[in-house]
Design a protein around this ligand. Structure first.
Ligand SMILES: [Mn+2]
Length: 404
């Protein structure tokens, strides 16, 4: 079975108030081209389709048209889309019956009918008109740890996630006496994964052990972490495909979708197809320089080159109040877009704890980061995991209430 593994599209994401729909549209077009060339049996999208749980009409239209174009590029390919922590699980499922007609299976949430959990909803058989049954996809959307279903009343709360995954895999095995390939999809953080460039603003601190996702899959198609990587010790059977477009300036690695080929008991064959961003995220200069020198580089930046730019500035004492304005002015007649100044300070000479954060530094941090700094300064120790979880819950609730 040949799989195209992608996740974390974050459609509708804007960067410092700049609209990114042109890049996102460009990605969807590249994806259709890749699908047309590769002709996979199935494309799996492991969560975070949208950046906001209430995407704009224009963003939803872009998604619908993008998916239809992907379908047209290879009508016999199945698709499985799951909700990530950024998506609204119920909204994503609104059109799910309509999508079925285009071979798209949308799994947003867990269906509970009183006591019963609809497990079969998550087990999708992949068939090809000519070649028959090819394999199975077990599609699990993002689920907050406290929301995992109680399948067995005696299972302790912390074991519910692993019990749920293993139950699904066992059920799939029963249906699969031929031993066809099984792909498990999940949107979560596996402990020990590389989180570089990851924004931890929402729901990003619950870690799960690889073992907790159970046994009985041939490939685990993960979403949530933005840096593409195979999970250590998984023998290429568990992988984050990463973002197709960078969501933050710290995602400095190449972006791609993954092509995975499963052949019986052999290790999966994995290769990546790079996605070219017409509007790259550039940190200028690469190593921080004092403001005047950094500004000079911005002024010298080629006028016709498209990019988002953040200035990497070395700050000796304080940042002059007109820096932002001067930087914005420097690109007025250029194709690039100026975003913000990344301040760098020598922590040693300033004495780490006493240095007040600048407004930009605060804007760059998540509420959880700020809470951690506050806790460290007032309590003299690190915030424990439980408190972090509580903070994240509160933050999530506040965000929910803010929604129109
Ligand atoms: Mn996510």
């Amino acid at each position: 079975m040949k799989i195209l593994h992608t996740s974390d599209w974050h459609l509708g994401h804007s960067l410092y108030n700049y609209d990114r729909s042109r890049e996102q549209l460009d990605f969807l077009q590249q994806l259709a081209t890749i699908v047309g060339e590769e002709k996979p049996d199935v494309m799996v999208v492991s969560g975070d389709i949208y950046h906001y749980s209430t995407p704009s009409a224009a963003t939803q239209k872009m998604y619908t048209e993008g998916m239809l174009n992907v379908h047209k590029a290879c009508p016999e390919m199945a698709m499985v889309v799951t909700a990530g922590n950024h998506d609204s699980s119920s909204k994503l499922e609104i059109d799910s019956s309509l999508w079925q007609h285009f071979g798209v299976n949308v799994i947003g949430n867990i269906e509970r009918d009183r006591e019963n959990i609809n497990l079969d909803k998550h087990i999708i058989e992949i068939t090809n008109d000519k070649e028959g049954k090819k394999g199975y996809v077990v599609a699990v959307p993002h689920i907050y740890p406290q929301n995992f279903p109680i399948l067995d009343a005696d299972t302790p709360r912390e074991e519910r996630p692993s019990y749920f995954f293993q139950t699904l895999l066992n059920r799939t095995a029963q249906r699969n006496p031929e031993g066809l390939p099984v792909v498990l999809m999940a949107h979560l953080s596996i402990s020990g994964s590389d989180r570089s460039g990851h924004d931890e603003t929402v729901g990003g601190i619950e870690y799960v052990l690889l073992e907790d996702l159970g046994k009985g899959y041939d490939y685990l198609a993960l979403g949530h972490i933005h840096c593409p990587q195979n999970i250590k010790g998984s023998h290429q059977r568990a992988r984050y495909c990463g973002t197709p477009l960078p969501v933050s300036f710290d995602e400095t690695y190449p972006h791609s979708v993954s092509i995975v080929e499963l052949n019986g008991r052999e290790e999966p064959l994995i290769r990546t197809v790079e996605i070219i961003n017409p509007m790259p995220l550039v940190t200028l200069p690469r190593h921080p320089l004092p403001f005047e020198e950094a500004l000079q580089q911005l002024e010298d930046y080629p006028a016709d080159k498209q990019a988002y730019i953040r200035l990497n500035v070395w700050i000796e004492n304080y940042q002059a109040p007109d820096c932002e304005e001067r930087a914005a002015n420097a690109v007025k007649d250029k194709a690039c877009k100026y975003c913000y100044i990344k301040p760098n300070r020598d922590k040693q000479t300033l004495g780490d704890t006493d240095a007040p954060l600048s407004l930009q530094e605060i804007q760059e941090k998540s509420p959880l980061d700020i809470a951690r700094i506050y806790y460290r300064e007032t309590e003299g120790e690190e915030m424990d995991e439980e408190l972090c979880q509580m903070m994240n819950e509160v933050w999530r609730e506040v965000k929910e209430k803010e929604k129109p």
